[in-house]
Design a protein around this ligand. Structure first.
Ligand SMILES: O=C(O)C(=O)C[C@H](O)C(=O)CO
Ligand code: ZN
Length: 274
């Protein structure tokens, strides 16, 4: 079963008038992972799509998606998949990829239908593409590791870059995940924006009762979302995306836009935030 929800783009002047329910309706994606279903959120931010596929005992096939009006979803798109569950299999273009928890699969434009099976919980990200780049399974050992932060500032974390120019080629999709270390709670602090690219954060590896207070909004007009395990925050280009957790967590960041330069961020120091 395939379910697709469209999220239109929100202007920052509109966003600052929203109440809690309105902010959650536009910027939080809940209930993405449901057994026996593929659930997608089609955003108008760089036409980025995110979602979940949980095959359970069966096989799920992602092929035609009405929203793209193409015969097959990947005809003019590329895809990044992260397995946040147990071992599962993704089959595409005659290749079968066994994915362990934390593995990332990149599928290039024109791959065709994608099948999901096994005990995996597959986080799906996709962006429009203009050429085909080779598909590739990337494991944690192949990722580029960046260590940032300090326990003194409660933001010590390891950033693992998977779909990233230092690891492999893609058109506009950039993806990886960041894990908080040693009791640190803050991700992406100092915060930043990149008006050239949207971004989405999927929070996972969390205790069921834990929450991340995800910060969003223009730097001088911040708002927050309380986010649970396996929920995603959609970050418009004008928004910061940062957060503090009540317990340990990891988050998958994925971006699409004008460039694939991960370091192309405009930083905002804590004392500048409002
Ligand atoms: O903890 C961090 O800092 C991040 O992981 C930052 C994200 O990767 C990001 O926002 C990239 O633009
Ligand atoms: Zn960012």
């Amino acid at each position: 079963m395939l379910r697709v929800e469209t999220r239109h783009a929100v202007h920052q002047d509109h966003a600052k008038t929203l109440d809690t329910a309105g902010l959650r309706q536009h910027f939080l994606a809940e209930n993405l992972f449901v057994t026996g279903e593929i659930r997608l959120v089609y955003t108008h931010y760089d036409r980025f799509v995110l979602g979940g596929a949980v095959p359970g005992a069966g096989t799920l096939v992602l092929d035609k998606v009405e929203e793209t009006r193409t015969p097959s979803f990947l005809d003019r798109r590329e895809m990044g998949i992260v397995n946040i569950g147990d071992t599962g299999t993704v089959t595409a273009a005659g290749e079968s990829y066994t994915m362990e928890r934390g593995d990332v699969l990149y599928l290039g434009m024109g791959t065709g239908p994608v099948s999901f099976s096994g005990a995996g919980r597959f986080y799906i990200t996709s962006a429009p593409a203009h050429r085909t780049c080779p598909s590739r399974l990337i494991r944690l050992a192949d990722a580029k590791e960046v260590r940032l932060g300090d326990t003194a500032t409660a933001n010590k974390r390891v950033i693992n870059q998977f779909i990233h120019p230092l690891v492999m080629e893609s058109c506009q999709l950039v993806l990886g995940y960041t894990t908080l270390l040693d009791g640190s709670v803050w991700n992406t602090m100092p915060a930043h924006t990149h008006d050239r690219r949207m971004e989405a954060y999927l929070y996972w590896n969390m205790d069921e009762k834990a929450r991340v207070m995800h910060l969003m909004g223009e730097p001088t007009e911040t708002r927050h979302l309380f986010v649970a395990n396996e929920e995603a925050a959609i970050s418009p280009p004008w928004s910061i995306h940062s957060g503090a957790g009540t317990g340990p967590y990891t988050f998958i960041w994925a971006m699409a836009g004008d460039n694939v330069d991960y370091t192309d961020m405009d930083f905002i120091q804590p004392e500048e935030l409002r």
